[in-house]
Write a protein that binds this ligand. Structure first.
Ligand SMILES: Nc1ncnc2c1ncn2[C@@H]1O[C@H](COP(=O)(O)OP(=O)(O)OP(=O)(O)O)[C@@H](O)[C@H]1O
Ligand SMILES: [Mg+2]
Length: 244
């Protein structure tokens, strides 16, 4: 269990985030929603240990009741863009996280290559990012994130650049991956449909700092999340976002 307690982030005299607390479970997908500019990315960057030094942050992070300091090996961060390097092949990009973690290049490449088929990337190993589709690039970025085997993954609007159909496919694909290999996921999204289809828990951040506006457990099994079944929770989330 990863606990964030009393996280406040500010720049000069302006509070961006104040008193943000939540617990992330290892087998749960937690979606973080809130109005643009409320500090969602800043929370993820703090967790990843890459918050800009111009921002001041205070707060505690504990993993299984032991205090830790970000960046920590238990978390992997995937930024909003797919952040693939254009001069590296898809296989080289996918292996990069492992190499940065100190795994020898040959071992890292072998590790990622065995997943290319599962990730729908067979045949793309030696292509460059500009030679494959947006959905494929997204999967390559996911492969780079997931092979790192960290207990928690932090995803910042991972599907925002995709068309509607690719987006639905990628959501289903992510749920399949997690069913196969459960991870704790903290995922930022602006899409209420996406949040209610994927999340086990939804955190709503308020616009003007302050503690979470809501922390909602989604108990309907994923296969039963029809439009009708999820209508009520979507209405609640919409009202919370409009009020915040
Ligand atoms: N390095 C920085 N320097 C100054 N202000 C910053 C910096 N990073 C973020 N901010 C400000 O902090 C606030 C929160 O930004 P953040 O990117 O965390 O919001 P967000 O909730 O992720 O928004 P969006 O939904 O639009 O991605 C914004 O007002 C932003 O301008
Ligand atoms: Mg953001």
């Amino acid at each position: 269990m990863l606990h964030i307690e009393g996280l406040s982030i500010s720049i000069e005299n302006r509070k961006l985030v104040s008193d943000f607390s939540c617990a992330l479970s290892e087998n749960e997908v937690t979606c973080l929603i809130g109005p643009s500019g409320c500090g969602k990315t800043s929370v993820l960057k703090w967790l990843a240990g890459i918050l800009s030094p111009t921002l001041g942050a205070t707060g505690a992070l504990t993993l299984d009741d032991t205090g830790i300091t970000p960046p920590h090996a238990s978390t992997t961060y995937q930024p909003q863009s797919d952040a693939l390097f254009p001069w590296l092949t898809i296989a080289q990009n996918a292996a990069l996280g492992l190499e940065v973690a100190g795994i020898p290049t040959k071992t890292a490449r072998a590790d990622v290559l065995m997943h290319f088929k599962t990730f729908g990337l067979a045949g793309c190993e030696n292509l460059y990012p500009e030679q494959i589709s947006g959905g494929m690039r997204q999967r390559a970025a996911f492969l780079r994130t997931l092979v790192q085997n960290s207990r928690f993954i932090l995803l910042d609007e991972p599907f925002s650049a995709l068309d509607a159909v690719t987006r639905l496919r990628m959501q289903a694909w992510l749920c399949d991956q997690l069913a196969h290999t459960p991870r704790g996921v903290l995922m930022v999204t602006h899409d209420l449909h996406e949040a209610t289809q994927i999340a086990d828990r939804i955190l709503v951040m308020p616009a003007a700092g302050g503690p979470l506006a809501a922390n909602i457990s989604v108990t309907t099994p994923r296969h039963a999340r029809t439009e009708t079944a999820m209508a009520q929770i979507r209405t609640t989330l919409k009202s919370l976002l409009l009020e915040s």
